[in-house]
Design a protein around this ligand. Structure first.
Ligand SMILES: [Zn+2]
Length: 515
């Protein structure tokens, strides 16, 4: 009997991360997240009802108001903090049809901040940007753009993703396709370069020359998926068309069939509008002036509904806050969540927060940010903080094994210089961490695409992340030790041969979308 007890305690001593002493708060977190999950409901309200959350749109404002109402329904105090202003714009319908040489409705949409067609349907021939000898020749050609829709993207040789070719193609056919595509891509890049304009200034030059609209296709290298970013035109619409329909128009144009399209896009300019962060907090009882932060950007691009960028990070933090309020309503430190605005235009909301709230950032125990899709968290690094291994390992030890075991930790890690909002905090030496997820084809299929929608959410994974986040917040709040901030010595930068330098704080853009 004695021997058994001894060997058991030896196991506990030898493997502190494995043997877990039951903790009623941890158990309650898991139970609440599993048996009373609100994730599906929250996702429906945010993604299906409100929709995408482009900075400066009424939908972004609605999302901030919805978050306040949601937190207040849970008895959590929340506020919207204005940190700047942005060009206000509202997306209306995009209808794009080919009307000659046959009729076909085309799959496409106007880009963010595109001018509309003024309530009218505009019909005109489509032409392809020419392969001019040089910028002089292009200037001579430019008047021919008058009254035309101009295609400015390369026609992709295949709409099949590489993984599909590699699965079914012969080695020869795969290589042949890739070689041809590379040559074609180089030639197209050169074609644009020879106009004397960049991809940003070319649409404006065409607009000045009297073009009716800009037609492009930003394929995301997966079946039926395009990335949707912003327009650069000031008066005429810029539309993105699916690879399939863009290829159709392109081939018809190249073969001399002179296709004609009809386009109606509605868009509303709304002047400058305020940009906000939503903050919500559960006040600390012992150390109210020390903070544990949860973090996820609230804004998105608007081709889809921003379901995985960053709907899922947002849902994780909302659900973790809800659970914490229910099972751990009196934390030792204050638990604060930041739902940031305008991350997509360079981390603006979180950078502004760091500038505006030294009293919080200076007393940050830890921040956990999630922003790379719907997957289960599988990597946490120390972001270059020398002692991160001590406390992160200590906190992770309380996480159920099924969630903790697949997480790879890297210490001290390298300080993140960008990518998401944790970097705004790391830059000023505050201990902020990224809960990095399994990718679920994130970069190809959902990141900034027209397919980033509710159906791509893997709710079991998001549930697992909400449990992880709530436990980490609980542990960070309870920890008797305030986290030390010593930075590790960074390795030599292989590019410069000089010692690595900590990333610098960057200023938030407080007035955006204007030149
Ligand atoms: Zn994101």
């Amino acid at each position: 009997m004695k021997k058994t007890v001894l060997s058991l305690s030896l196991i506990i001593f030898a493997l502190p991360g494995i043997a877990q002493i039951p903790d009623p708060v941890v158990e309650a977190i898991v139970k609440e997240a599993t048996e009373n999950s609100q994730l599906e409901k929250l996702a429906h309200a945010l993604l299906d009802r409100i929709g995408p959350r482009l900075v400066g749109t009424p939908q972004m404002q609605q999302a901030h108001d919805w978050a306040l109402a949601t937190y207040s329904g849970w008895g959590i105090s929340a506020r919207n903090e204005k940190w700047g202003e942005w060009r206000g714009w509202e997306r209306g319908i995009s209808h794009i049809d080919m009307v000659h040489p046959r009729v076909k409705s085309l799959e496409g949409m106007q880009l963010a901040w595109s001018p509309g067609t003024g309530g009218k349907t505009v019909t005109a021939e489509v032409i392809i940007i020419p392969d001019a000898a040089d910028s002089m020749a292009f200037q001579k050609w430019l008047p021919s753009a008058k009254g035309k829709f101009v295609m400015i993207s390369m026609n992709q040789p295949t709409g099949r993703p590489d993984y599909n070719w590699e699965e079914f193609g012969t080695r020869e056919s795969v290589e042949k396709m890739k070689t041809a595509r590379t040559a074609q891509t180089d030639a197209w890049t050169n074609r644009i370069k020879k106009t004397g304009y960049s991809s940003k200034t070319l649409p404006v030059a065409l607009e000045k020359a009297g073009a009716i609209g800009i037609v492009m296709s930003n394929w995301s290298k997966g079946f039926g998926v395009n990335k949707i970013f912003e327009a650069f035109t000031k008066k005429i619409p810029t539309v993105d068309i699916s690879l399939e329909d863009y290829g159709l128009l392109y081939r018809l144009t190249a073969s001399g069939s002179k296709p004609v399209i009809s386009v109606r896009t509605d868009a509303k300019e709304m002047g400058m509008v305020p940009t906000l962060n939503t903050l919500a907090e559960i006040k600390g009882t012992e150390k109210p002036d020390e903070y544990v932060m949860l973090s996820a950007h609230f804004d998105s691009w608007d081709g889809g509904t921003g379901a995985t960028d960053n709907g899922t990070g947002t849902l994780t933090m909302l659900e973790a806050m809800r659970i914490l309020k229910k099972v751990y309503p009196q934390p030792k430190r204050t638990i604060l969540v930041g739902h940031w605005g305008s991350e997509e235009q360079s981390l603006n909301g979180s950078r502004a927060f760091v500038e505006d709230h030294p009293e919080i950032v200076g007393h940050l125990q830890a921040l956990f940010n999630q922003d790379n899709g719907t997957g289960r968290v599988n990597i946490i690094t120390g972001q270059g903080f020398l002692h991160a291994y001590e406390y992160i390992d200590r906190w992770l030890a309380k996480v159920p094994e099924s969630i903790r075991k697949p997480i790879e930790t890297r210490f001290p890690g390298t300080p993140g210089a960008g990518g998401s909002d944790f970097a705004s905090f790391v830059a000023v030496g505050a201990p902020a961490f990224s809960l990095s997820s399994l990718n679920w084809s994130y970069s190809t299929y959902t990141w900034h695409t027209n397919r980033d929608t509710y159906d791509k959410i893997v709710f079991d994974d998001v549930r697992s992340n909400a449990i992880l986040t709530a436990i980490l917040a609980y542990m960070a709040s309870e920890d008797p030790v305030t986290t030390p901030r010593e930075k590790s010595v960074l390795p030599i930068d292989p590019k410069t041969g000089l010692p690595g330098v900590w990333p610098q704080q960057k200023k938030a853009t407080r007035r955006g979308g204007v030149e």
